[in-house]
Design a protein around this ligand. Structure first.
Ligand code: SAM
Length: 279
């Protein structure tokens, strides 16, 4: 049963980390004058109203994008990310927040491919409606891992695959590792960006260790913890595990995350960027 709806969480601190990383990777890939493919395995609804009853109920965005909205960034990457959100809110009020496929669509060139899978029966039509005018776009209402088999490798042999499950079920951790291995076998040139929550430190370290144990080379770990580890108190932070990161990724994210920590954080907040497996 699919009970997770991203509309309750859009724009929270985890989205800030995930989408900053996405912008950094796409920004690097877009420097080359060759088409790329963006593939989003768990795409969500694409665009979120922060005035919706769901967003207002949790108000999670007020602890994320809400704290950056009036901030003047120093780091070019944080500036690019905030510009994307500003484009959707031209009157200067923070009313809308983009999901990962929408961010990609706003950055990609007309000749780049966009692919996404989303299983939820209510979020899928919302997602699809965002991309009706876009060519070179394939949006499917199928399981993420069926999508990996059906849609990868793409015709163009460079790109980004974002893997962002809701982790509602314990089995999703193992499924992700199998899905990553399958995708990597099909499309080894791609950059893979996997989001993970920090809820219970020991279990997440086991999950990371299992990804490292796949033997897939060149893995970078990026993590932003809003609070100190605290089992039983929900999500205290989140991370991105990036396979085949652009060589500029750590360098561009570090100053952006330092500013995010200053704006969102508290004395217990911290971030880390660490090469887990070499090239
Ligand atoms: N990536 C989105 C973003 O950053 O804007 C948010 C995605 S949200 C964390 C996870 C999404 O995965 C939900 O919309 C959920 O309906 C969808 N989902 C859950 N299980 C799935 C599956 N097996 N295959 C495809 N989508 C799935």
């Amino acid at each position: 049963m699919l009970s997770y709806r991203h509309s309750f969480h859009a724009g929270n601190h985890a989205d800030v980390l995930k989408h900053l990383t996405e912008v950094a990777i796409l920004d690097y890939l877009l420097q080359k004058d060759k088409p790329l493919c963006y593939h989003d395995t768990h795409a969500g609804a694409g665009l979120y109203s922060l005035q919706s009853s769901q967003a207002q109920k949790t108000a999670e965005y007020t602890e994320g994008i809400g704290k950056l909205w009036h901030y003047q960034p120093q780091s070019p990457l944080l500036g690019k990310y905030l510009d994307v959100v500003k484009q959707l809110n031209p009157d200067g009020e923070l009313n809308f927040y983009p999901g990962s496929p929408k961010i990609a669509a706003m950055l990609l060139r007309a000749g780049d491919q966009l692919q996404a899978t989303e299983l939820h029966p209510s979020d899928f039509p919302l997602l699809q409606s965002q991309f009706l005018q876009r060519r070179l776009t394939r949006i499917e209402n199928i399981d993420a891992f069926a999508g990996i088999k059906a849609m990868l490798p793409p015709l163009v042999k460079r790109g980004l695959v974002l893997i962002d499950p809701p982790y509602e079920l314990k089995t999703e951790y193992q499924d992700l590792i199998k899905g990553l291995q399958e995708a990597y076998k099909r499309f080894p040139q791609a950059t893979y960006a996997i989001w993970y929550p920090v809820i219970e430190r020991h279990s997440i370290e086991q999950f990371i260790a299992a990804i490292v144990a796949t033997g897939i080379k060149n893995q970078l770990r990026i993590e932003f913890n809003l609070h100190a580890d605290s089992p039983g108190h929900g999500m205290t932070g989140s991370g991105m595990l990036v396979v085949n990161p652009p060589y500029t990724l750590a360098q561009s994210l570090a100053p952006a995350l330092s500013e995010v920590q200053q704006q969102l954080g508290n004395p217990a907040s911290h971030y880390q960027i660490m090469q887990l497996v070499g090239e």
